[in-house]
Design a protein around this ligand. Sequence first.
Ligand code: P6P
Length: 318
Amino acid sequence: MSERPFQHPTLHESLRSAADRGEALGDVIESIAQACREIAGRVRRARLQDILGDAGSRNVHGEDQQKLDALSNELLLDHLARCPAVGVCASEEEEEAVVVRARGDGGEFCVAYDPLDGSSNIDVAVNVGTIFSVLPNDLDPASPLQRGERQLAAGYVVYGSSVLMVLSLGDGVDLYVLDPDLNEFVRVEERLRMPDRKRVYSLNEAYRDDFPEGYRNYLDYAHANGYSSRYIGSMVGDVHRTLLKGGVFLYPPTSAAPSGKLRLLYEGNPMSLLIEQAGGTADTGSGRILEVEPGELHQRTPVVLGSREEVAHVLERL
Ligand code: P6P
């Protein structure tokens, strides 16, 4: 058994010390963490177990579903449904929100999640991840359709060279690493702060000619001012790099996707809470992402998020 460096508390220990947010919220996060540990194992063994590639089915959005998308969704739904504090689950892979428990039987929280973001990258061993958002289950009828500023917790797990969890309970952002010997997430950094400036932009420049003019003007500014471009096409990977190193990540509107491609409830909102909690900015291009009133479960939103000064360079041109 490896000796755990004393300064690295486990996720369980960290959550219990933050119990002022309620033990039940910690139970939800630990259920998500358990599901993600199992997903990490499946991702690592995917090629060996022939669970790569298309499932031969399409998800609710008509997109080719990867085998691991379906598997990851089932794992998360199973663990969340068994957590007494979870009342409603909303998944990118499910057309409708799933009520798993009535309030009164526990069920204090709604959890919205993208079970395996960037899954088309798995076959080429590029980072993929799980993104999650925890909201109060206090609407009648029960619904996860709430503004992102109502989130009680948000985070993501990156399945890459190591398995990392980035988590906020609304008071700062902490970084955890899955210790393979302990098979526990241990906290390695607290209260992450992102740089205010960094000359890196991250977007799919292939769509440049299809972006609204303001975004094209921003790209001209970036090219004229010595910026680097970094884009791996997996939101979790691109946002994780932006959070740790600074810069700006964008998914602008295009003619094919007039509201952008990324989903508000389980991509835009959780990532925006993390970025803001780390001192950055997260905007739709015409307002704060966390203030958008969702009208439907899989609503899309344009995304401009990252270092305060870098986001400002974008917004002042839109
Ligand atoms: P594009 C992955 O498919 C995803 O949903 C996000 O993870 C990623 O940021 C985006 O789509 C990439 O989209 O159009 O650049 O391939």
